[in-house]
Unconditional design. Sequence first.
Length: 242
Amino acid sequence: MEKVRIQKIIAESGMCSRRKAEEFIAAGKVKVNGHPCSLGDKAIPGKDLITVDGNKILVAKRRNLYYIMLHKPRGYVTTMNDELDRKCVTELLSDFPERVYPVGRLDKNSEGLLLLTNDGNFANDIMHPSKHVSKTYRVTVRPDINDEQLVQLASGVVIDGRKTAECSVVVLDKQPGRVVLQMTIHEGRNRQIRKMCEAVGLEVARLKRTAIGPLKLGMLQPGEYRELKPDELRAIRTAISK
């Protein structure tokens, strides 16, 4: 049997995305037949014993793949478990028959569309910077916004020592002391929207992701989830392949 990169085996087991598997390997948490492995190492699926933090990776011959859309409420973290005992989004899918994990992140105080899956390759494609999958947010900022700030956000601002890519910024509603923006970005940097707004002097009062590529949150209520429809799955795969 042909050897396969270890991060690919871990991702296809449904444990996590390929990128996360690479992080586990780099951190020394992955062993093959009892020995620590390195990025680039390969193994034989189903024959070599692969463990992550001591947990055995199970390689199924045939596995059902699931693609879930969740409306993440505020107050939940997008991890499988949390050392601070905070609420995790996976608790909202406790009745789901298969273990799925979040694709990317939404911080604790943000809400909206979050994808979960047990398809590591799909998750990796969604998150990979080279795919440029768009993410759209409804952002409530305070106290007000002027034309200069709008131009700065759209053309890119420096956060974490690096300028953001150009993005779309539209004013949806404007009231005294409060403005609602729609922002669409094609990057996935940590807390990017919040940091962009802070960089131009705006306070984010509320942040809600409403779309990932062609997938829209729609009327799904906070805490609710559903599987992607076949046409939605085709649409997001098409967006990934462009």
